[in-house]
Design a binder for this molecule. Sequence first.
Ligand SMILES: [Zn+2]
Length: 467
Amino acid sequence: MTRATSHLLFILLLVVGVAAAGAHDDAAVRRTLEEFAGFPASDDGEGPSAAFRVDAEGLQRQIDELASFSDSPAPSVTRVLYSDKDVQARRYIKGIMNQLGLAVREDAVGNIFGRWEGSEAELGAVGTGSHVDAIPFSGKYDGVVGVLGALEAISLLKRSGFQPKRSLEVIMFTSEEPTRFGISCLGSRLMAGIEELTQSLRNVVDNQNVSFLDAAESAGYKMDPEDLRSVFLNKDSYSAFVELHIEQGPILEKEGIPIGIVTAIAAPASITVEFEGNGGHAGAVLMPARNDAGLAAAELALAVEKHVLESGSIDTVGTVGILQLHPGAINSIPSKSHLEIDVRDIDEKRRNDVIEKVRRSATEISKNRGVVLSEFKIINQDPPALSGKSVVDAMEFAAKQLNLEYKKMISRAYHDSLFMARVSPMGMIFIPCYKGYSHKPKEYASPEDMSNGVKVLALTMAKLSLD
Ligand SMILES: [Zn+2]
């Protein structure tokens, strides 16, 4: 028996609350395992040490199958909220939940829940899960690893004979990506009970002018606008929530560390800004007579960078991802400019200070350049989230028991966990992804890294289930 295997057996004993006195005695371990697991324990590849092995091939097969529900050709994946492919993917996930014997339900907007009832089902459940929607021409691992991987973690615990005390629940969140209606983390945001969202969902339309409510109905979720509030979660629905996700950054791969334990999620704020000037002919209007809306935008873009750097923290980031000029001709002075600015930090006040400075700069620039600041609109300004201590402790415990090196880190991308943090202690497990690629067809996580993530998730949930 290898050292890793005996560690595993040890934790298995621990999570079922069996006295671990004999943990270093292989024979005693086997006997105890037989008692609780109900299958013969042996080292011939058939015993519990074999049982606590992730079905990496099966998981990869499911990921590949799910990726085939796509509106763009492989290897890219495009799966937009309430499209036919999204509906097919939902059916696929519910099918696996049913196969695992989970109790499956859906809420009004199509968040899907698969519950493994614990022996004390009245207690708050331990939740896990992620999303399977995919932005146009992206990859097959973002979100998916946290749904199919979570289902494999449940299967793994079932195979090992584990009995949960608190119920374990896998959630497939509706529309983490903002692709169709411009609202990110739609499902989890609503679950967090954000009242204003019920208003926006009544009115919002996609770029084909299809309303959210009509789109939902076409996917089988016919609802009265009043039903939106039924998605809100009670504060005691979950005792903990933990999401498995690819890192979407290069750190773990570069450092050769298999597991990232997320201690905080930086939250984005997005702002749109518009300047208007007089425009004019690029040859005829002399420099002193100009009020160039394009230069005002350029100056503001540099101001964003300056204010972000002034924060003094490496965790503050700001991006001008969109800068459009009107009319967009080489011989025409821009009469209008449009910027979209993303600012993130794990410190809410520091981030909001940056936004305030950007606002002051925009006003100042408009005065100095004689242009009109026709819009300065904060689209969203979400608070960041800190992971719950109980969840971080459980994740560390699991990684240690599995002998897996880990690194505590910050998630600079947002996830459904950002909103689950409002209703439950939250944590995230990151696994490495190839070159940090994400949101593109080359996105890749190795079967070994996924297996490690699934095992850490399984043990974390097992531990939290018994708390
Ligand atoms: Zn994701």
